[in-house]
Design a protein around this ligand. Structure first.
Ligand code: NAD
Length: 528
């Protein structure tokens, strides 16, 4: 048996302001600005993760009974790949970007400079303790910030390993880990940061946003929500059930993107249930409890919370329902509910329980989704009809969406990840993470003395002739009428004849004219 990893000691509350002040001093020394320094930090972090892969897997096993397979796929290897891709692209991310501007600004060659924000705070959650802290950290490093990392105090072994990786790999002048629970986080939030990235539940999200507002600190809030799955009558139900099964079993449902409830038409209900059942048997041939691939609930509080949700439901348990407090084990459980007032439909479950409801009419299903929660973190739909999928996407909102699968839009380290409304604000990962931790500094390098003649129109005295000159040179004419309709010039109308966008039509016209000129020349040559 491997050794138990102890919890990290809590950081002394009195040391927190001093730590932040030291990081600010580092930032002000411009140490984090050179891109080569940032790359070096990322390279060292890659090695830190690589060398500690076994400890990462051991910690996740201890905290969540997470298999090595899941641990490395979603934390270890996932993060290492994200670092390699960031290192490949960072030179293009940091480039000053020229901006197309109006006539007056053009002479100043306007650009956007990508500047670091300063000292930023990243607060992680327990369910993916490495990915949810190091994931945003990559963008913050690439953008040249100093960073304070606050791991979740719930996944204790992971917090210890995470602290070791950060402290051994990164420059201590620029990066610090603060461990602890509410008192430590509260003291942290009293400090001024230049951005806070918080992952966790919405109640604490509001505490974080309120504390941040006192310092005018912008926030990225990565929260949760009730993620719906809409199965339509045009779904391939075998595929749907298998993919929902995988999405729900992942980390025993302790995933912000986990499907929270399913809407299924009556014609598909029986096949949906039987395929879920047979899939689970295939996934866990020796029984789910005995399987080393199926995680446990993180602690007793969450175990009791999920268990009492199952007990309070007035729905009918169709599959599972097994629980064992001594192991914090809850088997995959499928419950048929009657309406959205069921205990299982009130809040995000964050556990391996899947309520479903039978609704035949698609409009009614969409209404139901929007009534339960109109800004979940994820929305899933299963249909083989592309138009139907577009219709569902066009009549709902969510942080992200996957058609014909679950979790997948949030699985790649390259795609922007974030919520909307109740499920949060802002996003990160890859270039989106770099941008999230950068300030886009608009910069104009004004033209010299020769430009004064043109600038003269802006200086007092404001003579009428100057305004006329300004109007003549810069005032634009609208291409729309008072009733809001677009006006199309006869030339524009001519260009759009025959369909296609303007560019295509222009190409068609030019090709036709050139063809006619060529034909005329050929005829002339023959006549001669
Ligand atoms: P948690 O208990 O690990 O808490 C998250 C963080 O909040 C911890 O670092 C903790 O120290 C801090 N915290 C707790 N109470 C606090 C307080 N009073 N003041 C200041 N900080 C405090 O995790 P959780 O919140 O239970 O996480 C589960 C939730 O997170 C779910 O709602 C889930 O959907 C969401 N989540 C979202 C994402 C995402 O990327 N959108 C990812 C994972 C989890």
């Amino acid at each position: 048996m491997s050794k138990t990893i102890p919890a990290p000691p809590a950081t002394a509350v009195a040391a927190i302001p001093t730590t932040i002040a030291a990081l600010r001093k580092t930032f002000q020394s411009h140490k984090t600005r050179p891109v080569e320094w940032r790359k070096q930090q990322l390279r060292k972090l890659w090695w830190g993760l690589h060398d500690n892969e076994a400890s990462i897997a051991a910690a996740l096993w201890q905290d969540l009974h997470k298999s090595e397979h899941e641990a490395l796929q979603s934390d270890g290897i996932w993060l290492k790949n994200a670092i390699i891709d960031a290192l490949g692209d960072i030179d293009s991310w940091v480039k000053e970007v020229p901006v197309t501007a109006d006539l007056l600004s053009k002479a100043g060659s306007p650009t956007i400079r990508k500047e670091p924000l300063g000292v930023v705070l990243i607060i992680g959650a327990y369910n993916y303790p490495f990915q949810l802290t190091i994931g945003p950290l990559l963008g913050a490093i690439a953008a040249g910030n100093c960073v304070v990392i606050k791991p979740s105090e719930i996944s204790t072994a992971s917090a210890t390993v995470l602290t070791k990786i950060i402290q051994d790999s990164l420059d201590p002048d620029a990066f610090a880990v603060i461990n602890g629970a509410i008192p430590e986080t509260t003291t942290l939030l009293e400090q001024k940061f230049d951005k806070i990235c918080y992952t966790g539940n919405g109640v604490v999200g509001r505490i974080v946003a309120t504390a941040a507002a006192k310092h005018l600190t912008p926030t990225i809030l990565e929260l949760g929500g009730l993620n719906p799955v809409v199965i339509t009558k045009n779904a391939d139900i075998k595929i749907a059930a298998r993919r929902i099964c995988w999405g729900k079993a992942l980390n025993a449902g302790q995933v912000c993107l986990s499907p929270d409830y399913v809407i299924v038409p009556s014609s598909k209900e029986a096949e949906f249930i039987s395929t879920l059942q047979s899939t689970w048997q295939k996934f866990y041939p020796n029984g789910i409890k005995a399987s080393p691939d199926y995680p446990r609930i993180v602690n007793d509080r969450h175990f009791q919370r999920i268990k009492s949700l199952i007990e309070s439901s007035s729905g009918e348990i169709k599959i599972g329902g097994e629980t064992d407090a001594s192991e914090k084990f809850i088997g995959l459980t499928v419950v048929k509910v009657k309406d959205e007032h069921d205990a299982l439909m009130k809040d995000e479950i964050f556990g391996p329980v899947l309520p479903y409801i039978v609704i035949d009419d698609l409009e009614e299903a969409i209404e139901f989704v929007n009534r339960v929660s109109d800004t979940p973190l994820a929305l899933y739909t299963f249909t083989t009809d592309k138009k139907e999928a577009d219709y569902i996407l066009g009549h709902t909102r969510s942080g992200g969406a996957t058609v014909n699968d679950t979790i997948w839009h949030g699985a790649s380290h390259k795609l922007a990840f974030g919520g909307v409304g109740e499920s949060g604000m802002g996003n990160y990962r890859d270039k989106f993470g770099f941008d999230a931790f950068s300030h886009h500094r608009t910069t104009v390098r004004q033209a010299g003395g020769w430009f004064e003649a043109i600038l003269d129109a802006r200086y007092p005295p404001y003579l009428p002739s100057k305004l006329s000159q300004y109007r003549m040179l810069l005032e634009k004419k609208p291409s729309f009428s008072r009733d809001g309709k677009a006006r199309v010039s006869w030339f524009g109308w001519l260009l759009t004849l025959g369909g296609g966008d303007r560019k295509t039509v222009v190409v068609k016209y030019v090709a036709t004219v050139l063809g006619l000129v060529y034909l005329k020349n050929q005829l002339d040559a023959r006549r001669r």
